[in-house]
Design a protein around this ligand. Structure first.
Ligand code: FE
Ligand code: FE
Length: 198
């Protein structure tokens, strides 16, 4: 192993509360299994899963400050919903705090909340593991878990659907990348899978 996971865990435990730390362990374990199933780099999946929420303990003000510090672009939506920055800011923090320079890991962390177009298998795994890890409990989570072991793209599509419904029901701002990411998956699923969807 290139990465010292135990050391990363110990450090993460210091910066996250108990609940978020357990969530991170759950995402790491789920990402590991998904990586084995879908042929992604298991170690990268574990590191990205473990560290994906490393910026989650920061306040809105701190997230904005860190975004400016790291040069993460902040548009008017992110200014209103700084919570969405915990992905991109976290991707920069893993380098500074944990010495992770791998671009694939950083990208998966950056995209995990919003999704994006052209997601790699690793990006999809982290996005999905964040949804279905064992501590998660929401309506439809069991179906999503089952689907996750059958078809990665369809499961990611359903995860997008679930996010979008959640955001709309609560009158929250829907981020563009979530919409373009969902459209991108649908376009790539193509005709054969369109039958599966309907
Ligand atoms: Fe997150
Ligand atoms: Fe998370």
């Amino acid at each position: 192993m290139k990465y010292d996971i135990e050391r990363m865990k110990a450090k993460l435990k210091e910066i996250l509360d108990k609940e978020r730390y357990s969530h991170s362990i759950g995402v790491m374990e789920t990402a590991l299994k998904l990586a084995e199933k879908y042929g992604a780099d298991v170690e990268k999946a574990m590191v990205a899963g473990l560290l994906h929420d490393c910026a989650k303990g920061l306040s809105d003000e701190e997230l904005l400050k860190m975004a400016y510090k790291y040069g993460v672009p902040v548009d008017n939506i992110l200014l209103k919903v700084p919570f969405l920055l915990h992905g991109p800011v976290g991707a920069c923090m893993v380098q500074e705090l944990f010495g992770v320079t791998d671009e694939e890991i950083k990208r998966a962390i950056a995209l995990h909340t919003t999704g994006d177009v052209n997601m790699s298998v690793l990006d999809k795994i982290i996005f999905l593991a964040d949804y279905i890890e064992p501590n998660r409990d929401f309506e439809g989570v069991e179906e999503l878990r089952e689907l996750s072991w059958k078809d990665l793209d369809l499961a990611v599509l359903r995860a997008y659907d679930s996010t979008i419904c959640y955001v709309i029901k609560r009158n929250m701002i829907l981020y563009e990348k979530t919409v373009s990411g969902r459209n991108d998956i649908l376009l790539k699923l193509g005709e054969e899978k369109h039958e599966k969807i309907s």
